[in-house]
Design a protein around this ligand. Structure first.
Ligand code: CA
Ligand code: CA
Length: 185
């Protein structure tokens, strides 16, 4: 019985040695630390203001047939290129100075919709009247991230008061908000 027990123990020990020998093998690992994923940035800057707070368009004493241009500088301080655009919104026309020749024509019915008498151009290309363009996105150019060689662009905004504007529009005022945008390309 003692011999049988010794034999079982011997077999078990040899078996464990064989299994142990089979588990042993060569190995190696490599580890990369401090890995990360960062979301890109898009940051539009207008006339070097970020955020933009200045009024850009303030054209006074415009005459019928007069055309004026205002240049606006757009840059992208983000890390990713984007498509820029602009939009006229919040248009409000008011009678402004109500002068005698104007009242003589208008009588009791004010004619103040001067936004239908102002034609907008972007970089020399006519886009339509302010009335037609309200809340419409006007695509501009692709803006590469700042630091690229050709980063930034100048947009020439043109405003023409139609030649057929008569005394019913004397002193009339058209106010609007100008929104510039930059969307992921
Ligand atoms: Ca910005
Ligand atoms: Ca008027």
């Amino acid at each position: 019985m003692k011999q049988l027990l010794l034999s079982v123990m011997t077999i078990t020990l040899v078996g464990l040695m064989i299994v142990g020998g089979a588990l042993a093998s060569l190995s190696d690992t490599e580890t990369s630390r401090a890995n990360s994923i960062t979301v890109a940035t898009l940051d539009l800057v207008v006339n070097a203001e970020n955020p933009l707070q200045s009024t850009l368009i303030a054209l006074d004493n415009m005459l019928p047939g007069q055309y004026e241009e205002v240049e606006v500088q757009l840059t992208n301080e983000g890390s990713q290129g984007g498509n820029s655009w602009l939009m006229f919104t919040g248009l409000i026309c008011t009678t402004g100075a109500y002068v005698e020749p104007e009242t003589a024509i208008e009588g009791d019915t004010p004619i103040d919709e001067v936004y239908s008498k102002i034609v907008v151009s972007v970089n020399g290309e006519e886009q339509g009247t302010l009335a037609e363009l309200e809340n419409i996105i006007i695509p501009l150019t692709m803006l590469e991230p700042d630091g690229d060689r050709d980063a930034g662009t100048t947009v020439a905004l043109g405003f023409l008061v139609m030649e057929d504007v008569g005394s019913e529009y004397q002193g009339d005022v058209c106010e609007f908000t100008l929104v510039f945008g930059l969307d992921q390309a």
